[in-house]
Design a protein around this ligand. Structure first.
Ligand SMILES: [Zn+2]
Length: 337
């Protein structure tokens, strides 16, 4: 498979700000349900396993990564807070170990400073609100600890809303969920609808004033799964100024075990057709997915996707938006509390 525009893609990666809106790399930094002790990696050390580490991010000229704090279901709800804090502590210490290359970013000035200095910006997102449960005080505390993006649910039901695998009762946000959304917006935390069920999505759309994101979801028209968004949802999210970060999981691209870089482009094209080029970005879901598309085996292969976008006729300006500028816009709009 040839990449006619690979050199041009590398140039665009060097020139532009590249944002990945969802990676599960933290799960690989300490033992857990999915990652046994002998498969633990270091954030700063290039590994032959997994999809993301600092050397490979820098190789692909990535500037900014949302690292998810995801608590495995078995810890929920009683041990979710403990587990989340352990994940965050391990992440902080690994970031400190590589402080010449990466910094935990909590505001726009930090974002701009680090991008200028060529340092990787690490942003913390909370995937599923179980660690904070029904406490608005804990939500504020997690903001202090660096959480800048929040999805109310993972796949299950919790005290705030129903996840996307909990469609049966068609429940939307709970009263507490509504309070949470208002408080998260007030605090300047980006709200993320990936994993939320449909009723919750529409409740959220009614409530929010600022842009929301789907950090790692695709198009349901092309791949029918509750983890992907319908065209109506894509339009509603775009009307709020939001962005969808495309997910590289083959089962969310093709509903099968295999996919290629062209399938990722197909989903990007569809979002652009439905919403325009201002509302799509790169989610990836790297280190959270069991398999990857052919030719996007890990983050270092990302320029191949950009080469494909050039091949599909996207302009430099459009590619700049897709690679990162759209997400930067949302951060600027949301983080000012
Ligand atoms: Zn996820």
């Amino acid at each position: 498979m040839g990449y006619k525009y690979y050199e041009e893609a590398i140039e665009l990666h060097k020139e532009n700000v590249i944002v990945l809106s969802h990676c599960d790399t933290i799960l690989h930094l300490l033992p857990g349900i999915y990652v046994p002790r002998d498969k633990i990696r270091k954030l700063g050390v290039r590994s032959e396993f997994g999809h993301v580490d600092i050397p490979r991010l820098l190789e692909a000229h990535v500037n900014c990564v949302f690292f998810a704090v995801y608590v495995e279901s078995v810890f929920k709800p009683e041990r979710a807070l403990r587990r989340a804090l352990e994940l965050m502590e391990r992440f902080y210490s690994e970031v400190e170990e590589c402080s010449s290359k990466v910094e935990l970013v909590k505001n726009i000035s930090g974002l701009e400073k680090n991008i200028k200095e060529g340092k990787l910006c690490a942003i913390l997102s909370l995937e599923g609100a179980e660690p904070v449960q029904d406490s608005l005080l804990l939500l504020r505390m997690f903001k202090r600890l660096g959480i800048r993006c929040l999805s109310l649910t993972w796949n299950e039901r919790n005290m705030l809303a129903d996840g996307c695998r909990e469609q049966r009762t068609k429940g939307g946000l709970t009263n507490r969920g509504v309070e949470y959304v208002k408080e998260a917006e007030r605090l300047g935390i980006i709200l993320d609808v990936s994993h939320l069920n449909d009723a919750g999505f529409w409740d959220l759309i009614e409530l929010v004033k600022k842009p929301i994101i789907a950090s790692h979801s695709n198009c349901r028209t092309l791949c029918d799964t509750p983890r992907n968004l319908t065209d109506e949802q894509l339009k509603a999210l775009a009307e709020k100024g939001g962005v969808v970060g495309v997910n590289f999981a083959p089962n969310f691209l093709t509903k099968s075990k295999s996919a290629t870089v062209d399938d990722v482009v197909r989903h990007i094209n569809h979002i652009v057709e439905v919403t325009g080029v201002e509302h799509v970005g790169l989610g990836t879901d790297y280190d959270g997915i069991g398999s990857t598309p052919i030719d996007l085996e890990d983050v270092s292969k990302l320029p191949r996707l950009t080469a494909k976008l050039i091949e599909h006729g996207y302009s430099d300006e459009e590619i700049r938006k897709i690679l990162g500028e759209n997400f930067i816009r949302v951060m600027k709009q949301c983080w000012t509390a």
